[in-house]
Design a protein around this ligand. Structure first.
Ligand code: HEM
Length: 416
């Protein structure tokens, strides 16, 4: 890997953890290059950012996922054996199982459930001195997505299950107690869902009629590309791959409220669907969420004048690509209007991955996320709320990031 700009430290993992979302972008800036080499987690790694880098990263002829994600992330965030680590035919087949959930009717059904839960919560918020928006949105989403996915959730278990799903996200990038908490949460949640899968499989005939409706039933009875049922643990991992990230939309809900509060002049007219959409796109571009995605080169590749050796791990900077000065004018300014005259292609705005949803590892929940964010703007507009003094700073060295306060609202009540 001669010639490639390189970090000459023995290992840069501590720098990465210290600088968080900014690590790759800072180095690309210093090296004046969209790519550099560093040792991360004691392995030679190529760090990349920008639309051209995303095209390389999402080329399935060039890159694979098997063996790319560190085990500590699989044991917390993704789960072992899930769609994230698959390639080629096995990936496309498994991915179709997720994409089948994303019909317009399926998405509407989830959005309606979330709206109903929000309305219910609002009557409670009216009686509360303060509303912790992040926590409240997590409960709303947990109830709604479990019902949507066909996963029974007794009210008495709501708090515990919400914390478990949240801990998998919260502790994924952490070391020490938060990491171990995330592992315990995953084990416990996989056991919980695994028992439900066994129940469906014991008497599948009871579920044939409702098969279309729920991820629990569809995934439990899904057959892989060889016609085999998936191992129970893998089904549990995949059902959690629906529940956990839907709960994570709570972070974007907080970011929506944060942006509406911080830049009131950019507030969209709620009767203008396009303006709402532009605002959501800018929140997804501007705010930090997933920092990077990982893959491995299948073979040696010539790219931008460099020879990149086969087998090397690639880290694509998702946050940095959304803030790449070569791709975005004034990237550090929050400005929904930038989307007014701009077509969004598959490589520049990549908070949920790039490329094609069916073929690549791009997030199958992207439409759900966008719809739920759009609804959040409408729900917040239909409420009166004030923002008391609090720490709204977002620390970009913390992964995953959130305003320190979790966004506290006061004087919440319906507007009409
Ligand atoms: C994959 C982000 C919501 C399910 C991904 C990836 C990212 C991402 C960055 C990986 C892309 C890659 O590896 O190249 C997000 C964000 C969300 C969100 C920021 C908002 C909170 C959702 C929702 C669902 C979902 C609502 C399901 C209902 C998945 C699955 C994958 C995935 C199953 C793996 C896809 C594959 O490997 O082919 N998401 N996601 N996500 N997401 Fe999401």
């Amino acid at each position: 890997m001669t010639d490639l700009p390189a970090e000459h430290r023995l290992d840069s993992t501590l720098d990465l953890m210290g600088e968080g979302y900014l690590y790759i972008g800072n180095r690309c800036q210093t090296h004046a290059s969209p790519i550099f080499r560093a040792r991360i987690l004691f392995e030679n790694t190529l760090c990349l950012r920008g639309a051209e880098a995303a095209k390389l990263f999402y080329n399935t002829e060039t890159c694979r996922r098997a063996g790319a994600a560190p085990m500590r992330l699989q044991k917390t965030l993704f789960g072992v054996g899930g769609v994230q680590g698959l390639d080629d035919e096995a990936h496309r087949h498994r991915k179709a199982m997720f994409m089948d959930l994303m019909s317009p009717e399926g998405i509407d059904a989830l959005v309606n459930r979330v709206n109903t839960e929000w309305q219910r919560a609002l009557t409670r918020w009216e009686t509360m001195a303060e509303v912790h928006l992040f926590k409240e949105c997590q409960f709303i989403l947990c109830r709604a997505v479990c019902a949507w996915a066909g996963v029974p959730l007794p009210e008495a278990d709501l708090e515990r299950r919400t914390h478990q799903l949240a801990a998998m996200i919260d502790g994924a990038g952490a070391v020490g107690p938060r990491h171990w908490q995330a592992r315990r949460s995953r084990d416990d949640a996989e056991n919980w869902i695994g028992k439900l899968v066994e129940k469906v499989r014991r008497t599948p005939e009871d579920y044939e009629e409702s098969r279309e409706q729920s991820a629990l039933i569809r995934f439990s009875l899904h057959r892989d590309e060889h016609g085999e049922l998936l191992p129970i643990r893998v089904v549990a991992v995949e059902i959690l791959n629906v529940l956990r990230p839907t709960l994570a939309v709570s972070r974007y809900m907080v970011f929506i409220a944060h942006a509406l509060h911080c830049w009131p002049e950019t507030r969209p007219d709620v009767d203008d669907d396009d303006a709402i959409h532009r605002f959501v796109q800018e929140v997804r571009r501007y705010y930090p969420f997933f920092p990077v995605a990982a893959a491995r080169l299948r073979h040696d590749v010539e790219w931008q004048g460099y020879t990149l050796p086969g087998g090397t791990r690639l880290l694509l900077d998702l946050y940095g690509t959304n803030h790449d000065p070569d791709g975005w004018e004034a990237p550090e300014t929050f400005d929904p209007e930038r989307f007014r005259h701009r077509e969004v292609d598959a490589w520049q705005l990549i908070p949920q991955g790039g490329g094609d949803h069916h073929v690549n590892h791009r997030c199958p929940g992207e439409w759900i996320t966008i719809r739920l964010m759009e609804e959040t703007i409408r729900r917040l507009d239909a409420m009166h709320w004030t923002v008391p003094e609090q720490d709204l700073a977002i620390d970009l060295s913390e992964i995953p990031a959130l305003p320190d306060s979790g966004m506290i609202l006061r004087e919440v009540h319906p507007r009409h």
